[in-house]
Design a protein around this ligand. Structure first.
Ligand SMILES: [Zn+2]
Length: 196
């Protein structure tokens, strides 16, 4: 069972400016989204990806399908103010509901340059496979898009680049979006193969 989507749980301040993402980065993020979608890892508009750059992070806009990203669907978050639960955003689109988690990961792990989050149904529907494959999980059930969940994820990521968020989905991190994406797909395909 996965938690029901209830919208964005932080506020957004639009800074008005525009940030040029750079062609290569956009292309890599679009490719990553397509690959995750192709492997059935992001049903509907679930899942999100981000890259750390320019002192902030580029992340998928809220409510967009990862399989159909365009340049316009990538939002630049220059900061997230923890005390106010507020994201500072350039351009005029709301960033993914799970922005606080991405933000906290980059803050705690400066070497991490990309984060991939998927809703892998194989693991969500067969939680016994999480244990069977010795996948690191968050300690407690928490609500998505909250700092509480972000802290749980960060704690688990100290042990592994792949973490299963209880009743929610999977997170991978890497030194590039390609690496984080490949790890997500690799684990998924290995489990599928073992169970077939
Ligand atoms: Zn999610």
């Amino acid at each position: 069972m996965a938690e029901k989507y209830e919208g964005i749980k932080f506020s957004t301040r639009f800074m008005g400016g525009k940030k040029d993402v750079g062609y290569r980065l956009i292309k890599e993020m679009i490719n990553s989204g397509r690959l995750l979608k192709k492997n059935n890892l992001t049903p509907g508009t679930t899942g999100n990806i981000s890259v750390q750059a320019s002192g902030g992070l580029y992340i998928k806009a809220a409510g967009k399908s990862l399989g159909e990203l365009t340049q316009k669907d990538i939002v630049y978050v220059s900061d997230y103010i923890q005390a106010e639960n507020k994201a500072l955003v350039w351009d005029n689109k709301k960033p993914s509901s799970e922005t606080p988690t991405h933000w906290l990961i980059y803050r705690r792990f400066p070497k991490v340059k990309a984060v991939v989050h998927a809703h892998d149904r194989v693991l969500l529907d067969n939680t016994n496979l999480v244990e069977k494959n010795k996948i690191k999980t968050t300690k407690q059930k928490t609500s998505y898009g909250t700092l509480k969940q972000a802290e749980q994820v960060v704690e688990a990521l100290s042990y592994s680049n792949y973490v299963f968020i209880i009743e929610h989905g999977s997170i991978t991190v890497g030194s590039s979006i390609r690496k984080a994406t490949d790890l997500m797909i690799k684990v998924h395909n290995k489990i599928l193969k073992d169970e077939s």
